[in-house]
Design a protein around this ligand. Structure first.
Ligand SMILES: [Zn+2]
Length: 258
């Protein structure tokens, strides 16, 4: 792999402040010490579409006992992320976590769904799962919306495809397709604590890398244990440190710049 010349951090800061269109992608490492339920092949047995229809009682009990908690998490890293967001250098936030990490005043795209949000498959109406906890614990039949459609969790089952509108909004944050020719909508892609084995994440970074030129930067902020990602993807800017420390350094530098 070609080694790119090292750019000074000032270049990144000027770039962020000039374009104000960074796409910030958040991954599971930002949840650090919080205890949450990870969707995997192991959970598939109890958490899948067939169970929801055939054994709604078991399905919703499992959902409300396991997947639904915690509803949100805040820690040192999420605090630093909020400081970064309040600087208005971003256009889009993509949070791959099913647990809410970002305050409701920021618009967030959640490709893997949110553990507190249920949705009607027919009219797309959203329901707050937390307020339905008692009902879900004792739900005997398939959960129905007023429109007659089935209500399902937004948290994807293991192996389930991303919903088309969500997948499209992730792509729109990064590319526009004009006359079949893709163009980039963002000058900076910032990955914070993401899992690059996630298919959506690897697709994002690969297609961004394929289209970008010297005016587009990739930033990877990752835990020390994942430093191989930096070697593999060779971003213009990469930091391996405790996530909150790395973010704090970046934010302090931006503040000096403003
Ligand atoms: Zn409906």
């Amino acid at each position: 792999m070609n080694k790119k010349p090292k750019l000074p951090i000032e270049t990144l800061l000027e770039h962020l402040v000039k374009h104000k269109d960074a796409v910030i992608v958040l991954g599971p490492d930002i949840l650090e010490d919080s205890n949450y339920f990870a969707i995997s092949d192991v959970t598939y047995e109890c958490y899948n579409r067939k169970m929801m229809i055939k054994k709604p009682n078991e399905f919703w009990k499992y959902y409300s006992d396991n997947i639904m908690t915690p509803l949100a998490t805040t820690n040192k890293t999420t605090k630093e992320i909020h400081s970064l967001l309040s600087m208005n250098i971003h256009s889009t936030i993509i949070d791959t976590n099913i647990v809410k990490t970002i305050a409701p005043n920021f618009e967030v795209i959640s490709p893997n769904g949110k553990n507190n949000v249920l949705q009607c498959v027919k009219c797309q109406k959203e329901y707050d799962a937390h307020s339905m906890f008692n009902q879900l614990q004792d739900q005997q039949t398939v959960l129905k919306c007023d429109c007659g459609g089935n209500i399902k969790p937004t948290v994807l089952y293991h192996g389930e495809k991303y919903s088309t509108p969500v997948y499209q909004s992730v792509k729109n944050a990064i590319f526009t397709e004009e006359n079949g020719k893709p163009e980039l909508n963002t000058h900076t892609l910032i990955f914070i604590g993401v899992d690059f084995t996630d298919s959506l994440i690897s697709e994002l970074i690969d297609s961004y890398d394929a289209l970008k030129d010297y005016q587009h930067y990739t930033v990877i902020i990752t835990d020390k244990k994942n430093r191989d990602d930096l070697i593999y993807y060779n971003p213009e800017f990469g930091v391996t440190d405790d996530l909150n420390q790395a973010l704090k350094r970046l934010i302090n530098l931006i503040k000096e710049k403003e």
